[in-house]
Design a protein around this ligand. Structure first.
Ligand code: UD1
Length: 338
């Protein structure tokens, strides 16, 4: 049995990845401090897969506690490192917490991996590292722009830490996965995104508005230089995204990586505007979505979408789910929360 450790495995992308990993035959150990997730997710994962993942409630920045995890669970083949703070706006308010949590957890892992002979690390990066690119779509070679937020900066710095450590010869290979905008839920509607308080991201806000929890969606700007004036993103189904992690781990364990650190864009390759999200949601669910156009949101980039050629050809992975089905899955999940 192949064993992997998933930090942040009770979180949004993490929980979907644990499901895919178990279904692909991996034994999973989750490490999570539950600071932004619920322990009940473990039970939900078990309901989907029939297998209860091992769970350690540990903070990834705690070196001694993490060391105990590696001692207790020997022979881990790879680590997928999701655990991190991820709210752009909050990172501007609390930069020190973001730098401490996101950088130290990676530092702890890179210190312990060689000691416990774990040679493979998959890291959750983000398209935020590109900023507003000069040319679209973005390839993995598109130059990174100076980060717009402490959150974005932690992703850039973490990419650099992994690259520098591997270059310096630590016996670890890395795969950096740059996610575009993950949305939707598992088709079982047993796991999904669980925003605490008012959602900052578009799709949770859309589903809460459709459910009547919020009076209306606020669309941040319709005067951008895009066909309908609203911002454009590359929205990727979270299950499709989760599957890419399993392909990445398989690739590492089969020693198929062509470089010590590989980078992949994970998106659909299609740019979709905020107004298109609204219309597609209404069409897919039959629910009318009240919205108003308000001022641009500070820090938003105008448009970005991925060139996914490298992931498609090199990983043999691509996003399959339609936007309609993905938004329907988000709505189905929202309805279970009421
Ligand atoms: C941001 C980050 C991304 C991070 C993600 C998760 C950047 C460039 N991207 O994505 O790296 O992983 O947050 O926190 O920093 N919108 C509305 N109304 C709303 C909410 C959003 O119109 O109520 C619009 C936004 O203006 C944007 C789009 O919807 O155009 C998507 O926003 P959001 O879901 O917050 O994600 P990003 O900002 O793209």
């Amino acid at each position: 049995m192949k064993k992997i450790l998933v930090t942040g495995g009770t979180g949004y992308i993490g929980s979907h990845t644990v499901v895919e990993a178990q279904q692909a035959g991996y034994e999973v150990v989750i490490v999570d401090n539950l600071c932004n997730s619920q322990v009940g997710v473990i039970e939900r994962i078990q309901q989907i897969t029939g297998i209860r993942p091992a769970f350690e409630q540990v903070d990834c920045t705690d070196m001694a506690a993490m060391e105990e995890v590696f001692k207790k669970h020997p022979q881990i083949g790879a680590v997928i490192h999701f655990a991190a703070f991820k709210a752009v706006g909050e990172s501007v308010q609390k930069p020190l917490q973001y730098y401490h949590n996101n950088l130290r957890s990676l530092w702890v892992l890179l210190t312990l991996l060689p000691k416990y002979e774990v040679g493979n690390l998959v890291f959750s990066s983000s398209c935020t590292v590109y900023g507003q690119p000069d040319h679209l779509p973005v390839t993995e070679q598109t130059p990174r722009k100076p980060a717009e937020s402490p959150y974005g900066n932690t992703k850039q710095i973490c990419e650099d830490i992994i690259t520098d450590a591997v270059r310096a010869g630590i016996p670890v290979q890395g795969i950096l996965l740059r996610y575009f905008n993950p949305i939707g839920s598992h088709p079982s509607a047993k796991i999904g995104e669980l925003p605490i308080g008012t959602p900052q991201n578009l799709v949770p806000f859309v589903t809460q508005t459709a459910a009547g929890i919020r009076p209306q969606l606020r669309i941040f700007g319709n005067d951008y230089n895009t066909p309908d004036g609203s911002c454009i993103r590359d929205y990727i189904n979270v299950v499709d995204l989760a599957k890419a992690h399993i392909v990445a781990v398989d690739r590492m364990l089969k020693k198929q990586c062509k470089k010590p650190v590989e980078v992949f864009n994970l998106g659909t390759g299609k740019g979709v505007s905020v107004l298109e999200i609204v219309r597609t949601f209404e069409r897919a669910t039959g629910v009318k979505l009240p919205y108003e156009i308000v001022e641009r949101r500070a820090g938003d980039i105008e448009q970005i979408w991925a060139d996914t050629t490298f992931a498609n050809t090199e990983l043999g992975w691509q996003a399959h789910e339609t936007l309609e089905d993905t938004l329907s899955s988000a709505w189905k999940w929202q309805q279970t929360l009421q």
